[in-house]
Design a protein around this ligand. Structure first.
Ligand code: SF4
Length: 390
């Protein structure tokens, strides 16, 4: 079973008001260059190995998923996440891919995704990325409403997003995903509906749609605390979620995970590895890895990460052996297919399944065709289900 590789690029043009990711503002090209050198060094330093023994239930997932590569390759997905990887020059991306190729055998059919933000690419840059093998673009639209983009401090407007999408198509990208966020302070159901209209009209292959989470220590959380912004109420959030499910289904998108929707055959192969507990090796600041048995993570501060790599070749600061029984249930329930009850019970016993099944009465989960899965209500209130797994 090939693994995935995740590469974290921690630079952004500016800092969005809701963001709690490990990213820095791109100020100094020398610092970026030093980071890219460190990232390449980390990749080359000690090739990670699979631990084996991962829980893979083939009944969990969509029949439309592309088959796993059978050629014996080490990896079949590469994902540049961030941050804003599209701030990097093609030459820097090339160096990173060369480092990956020097350590792993990469399947010819590998899915290679790059996260991009509007107003960070040009036709020339996209053309160069495409030539390097990037074949999937995931770009952060968040909303087509300029008032809300200002609230989020996104640093671009809706026209930038439309233009980036056009440029991606003109550059020949045939697998495009974008993100939208529902439930912004002050957003109405009508606003959200207009966002969905525009997204459907653009016709991307994949959409990731989230309800806004307000993280402590972000500027948005401070604006809420001080009363300058008012979060939407639960009832409106539920209406937005219902509207989203109905509209996407009507437009031919299959929901395959709580927040992810795809045209048939365009599910994210890389992200699906996380939900199916398949191995993914992460490189870069704050990157997480899972080798089939243990999960480990790198230092979260970029300057510290670079120093650690330059000194020792490793920036690992955390490692744990995961509880496969609860992780498998937690991740399996995120997917629409749910958990195969018989496969799960055979492997882990029935305790956890029985305690989750009790939520049947509150309409949060259901069992049908031998699978335990979240209902629509359960997806909206998934935290109430997941608390059973702790
Ligand atoms: S572009 Fe993305 S990663 Fe960068 S600050 Fe905004 S939300 Fe965070």
């Amino acid at each position: 079973m090939p693994a995935g590789v995740y590469l974290h690029i921690p630079f952004c043009k500016s800092r969005c008001s809701y963001c709690d990711f490990a990213t820095d503002v791109y100020r100094d090209s020398d610092a970026v260059e030093r980071y890219v050198d460190a990232l390449c060094r980390e990749i080359r330093s000690e090739p990670p190995a699979l631990a084996g023994g991962q829980f893979i239930d083939d009944s969990v997932g969509s029949a439309n998923w592309p088959a796993a590569d059978a050629t014996g390759s080490d990896i079949d997905t590469i994902y540049f996440g961030g941050g804003t990887p599209s701030l990097l020059e093609p030459e820097q991306i090339k160096r990173i891919l060369n480092a990956v190729n020097s350590v792993f055998s990469v399947a010819e059919s590998a899915e290679i995704t790059m996260e991009m933000n509007p107003a960070t690419v040009t036709p020339e840059k996209l053309d160069a990325y495409k030539k390097l093998g990037i074949n999937r673009a995931s770009f952060g639209v968040q909303t087509f409403n300029d008032r809300d983009l200002k609230l989020l401090a996104r640093g671009h407007d809706a026209n930038d997003a439309r233009q980036t999408y056009r440029m991606l198509r003109e550059a020949g990208f045939e697998n495009i995903s974008f993100d939208l966020i529902a439930g912004l302070p002050g957003q109405t159901l009508e606003d959200w509906s207009q966002n969905l209209d525009e997204a459907m009209a653009m016709d991307p292959e994949h959409l990731s749609l989230y309800l806004l989470e307000i993280h402590e220590s972000t500027p948005l959380a401070e604006q809420v605390r001080s009363g300058r912004r008012t979060p939407i109420d639960d009832e409106l959030a539920a209406e937005m979620y219902e509207l989203m499910l109905d509209r996407l289904a009507a437009a031919g998108y299959e929901q395959y995970e709580i927040s992810n929707f795809a045209k048939p055959g365009f599910e994210s192969r890389h992200n699906t590895k996380y939900w199916r507990l398949e191995p993914v090796f992460g490189f870069g600041v704050s990157a997480h890895s899972f080798d089939g048995s243990e999960r480990y993570a790198n230092e979260r501060d970029t300057a510290q990460y670079v120093e650690m790599i330059e000194r020792t070749g490793s920036a690992e600061t955390y490692r744990e052996t995961i509880d496969l029984a609860s992780e498998s249930a937690f991740l399996g329930l995120r997917m629409n297919q749910g958990i195969s009850v018989s496969a799960y019970v055979n492997r882990f016993g029935s305790d956890l399944i029985e305690s989750i099944s009790r939520l049947n009465e509150s309409g949060l989960v259901e069992i049908s065709e031998g699978h335990l899965r979240l209902t629509r209500k359960g997806m909206l209130y998934s935290n109430e289900v997941f608390v059973e797994l702790i």
